[in-house]
Design a protein around this ligand. Structure first.
Ligand code: HEM
Ligand SMILES: *[C@@H]1O[C@H](CO)[C@@H](O)[C@H](O)[C@H]1NC(C)=O
Ligand SMILES: *[C@@H]1O[C@H](CO)[C@@H](O)[C@H](O)[C@H]1NC(C)=O
Ligand SMILES: *[C@@H]1O[C@H](CO)[C@@H](O)[C@H](O)[C@H]1NC(C)=O
Ligand SMILES: *[C@@H]1O[C@H](CO)[C@@H](O)[C@H](O)[C@H]1NC(C)=O
Ligand SMILES: *[C@@H]1O[C@H](CO)[C@@H](O)[C@H](O)[C@H]1NC(C)=O
Length: 325
């Protein structure tokens, strides 16, 4: 089954241009300066997932929310400070993104092995890949060499991360603004094969939309009332929420997507063809997912002398450290 669209070609041209403007990443970036980094991240992610499988989903999402806000630059990890209000309390992140303690744990182990070498932005990219693999998904060679931002923007986080109430056209424009195509949108949304969402994120879909299986909507309404219980969680893939598989796409075919933005991918648009393909063929989904993750990881990285290698992922380095170097 092939799904071809003119739109895909148009958007690819845009993404080529945006990658050119920034430095190139490489999978061997730390092979002489910190050969241990991949093993350290893998071990810490494994330990975190063993403790709580959902943490794999949370780490994958952190990389996405980092990359969509002024590029993959670790900005989401910065705590608020005197100069800016950070991204953690932006609408798409507040009380929702998690995994910061796991990132701190990874960072401290990596700093012990190779001080001042590996960026927080790269740690997020590696942890996202390792999480995917450990929950049963595809692997890929993570491109590295990103540097960390010295600032963060709550306004940009509010404006750049797509909302679960978006329809297909708004989802497509949100992804196109990052140089990502319809195919990237469908493949990357397959991340919702793992993890949980709050009642407040899916309430509109289960009460107001008609493109949802009636008994599925009813059972969710029992858990998520019209008002209150905002923070009650439900799995994004009701069948296997801790396995990275293609059942998310099966759910969409049965009108059992949890978020409106999920079901919009199978609601009569050109995305339908891709949803059917990934539901029918796990390998096709895995291949597309790996490719799109690399593409998402390439969004506007800071390279060369831009940005810095943060010592603590939550804080911009102090000037004094820059002087010593
Ligand atoms: C297409 C647009 C997308 C929208 C509108 C969207 C929206 C959401 C929402 C609302 C949640 C639940 C948050 C909560 O209620 O606390 C969520 C969870 C999640 N999202 Fe997305 N998302 C999108 C794309 C992506 C992409 C591209 C990725 C990764 C590459 C991703 C990975 C995840 C994961 C893994 C979770 C579960 C996190 C956890 O359990 O901690 N999402 N998403
Ligand atoms: C973040 O969520 C908390 C708890 O729901 C709420 O009290 C707070 O006002 C929210 N912050 C922002 C900036 O929306
Ligand atoms: C971002 O969204 C939060 C939560 O809705 C809101 O409190 C805040 O004013 C917004 N901030 C900016 C800078 O847009
Ligand atoms: C999608 O949503 C936007 C903004 O809410 C609206 O203007 C547009 O008509 C909607 N498009 C479709 C295809 O429903
Ligand atoms: C459903 O739609 C109506 C009309 O747009 C709106 O007032 C209401 O808040 C929505 N309900 C939910 C649960 O989103
Ligand atoms: C899904 O498709 C139907 C029929 O074309 C349309 O009325 C609806 O607005 C679309 N989106 C949602 C969220 O129902």
């Amino acid at each position: 089954m092939a799904c071809y669209y003119l739109l895909v070609l148009l958007i690819l041209t845009v993404s080529g241009a945006s990658v050119e403007a920034h430095g190139k990443l490489s999978s061997k970036y730390y092979s002489s300066t910190c050969p241990e980094v991949l093993a350290i991240v893998e071990a810490r992610v494994r330990a975190a997932i063993k403790k709580e499988a959902r943490m794999g989903a949370s780490l994958l999402r952190l990389h996405f929310h980092d990359c969509f806000v002024n590029g993959c630059d670790g900005s989401i990890l910065l705590d608020d400070n005197a100069n800016f209000i950070g991204e953690k309390t932006a609408a798409p992140n507040n009380k929702s993104v998690r995994g910061f303690d796991v990132v701190d744990d990874i960072k401290s182990k990596v700093e012990k092995a190779c001080p001042g070498v590996v960026s927080c932005a790269d740690i997020l990219a590696i942890a996202a890949r390792d999480s995917t693999v450990m929950l049963g998904g595809p692997s890929w060679k993570v491109k590295l060499g990103r540097r960390d931002s010295t600032t963060a923007s709550r306004a940009a986080a509010n404006n750049s991360i797509p909302a679960p109430t978006f329809n297909i056209s708004r989802l497509l424009s949100s992804f196109a603004a990052q140089g990502l195509s319809l195919k990237d949108l469908v493949a990357l949304s397959g991340s919702h094969t793992i993890g949980l969402a709050r009642c407040t994120s899916f309430r509109t879909h289960i009460y107001n939309d008609s493109n949802i299986d009636a008994s599925f909507a009813k059972s969710l309404q029992r858990k998520c009332p019209k008002t209150g219980k905002d923070n009650v969680h439900q799995p994004l893939d009701f069948q296997t929420p801790t396995s990275f598989d293609n059942l998310y796409f099966h759910n969409l075919l049965k009108m059992k997507g949890l978020l409106r933005s999920d079901q919009e991918l199978f609601n009569g648009s050109s995305a339908d063809c891709l949803v059917k393909r990934y539901a029918a063929d796990t390998f096709a989904f895995f291949q597309a997912f790996a490719k799109s993750m690399i593409k998402m990881g390439n969004i506007k990285p800071l390279t060369g002398r831009s940005g810095e290698i943060r010592t603590n992922c939550r804080k911009v380095n102090r000037k004094i450290l820059a002087w010593k170097m």
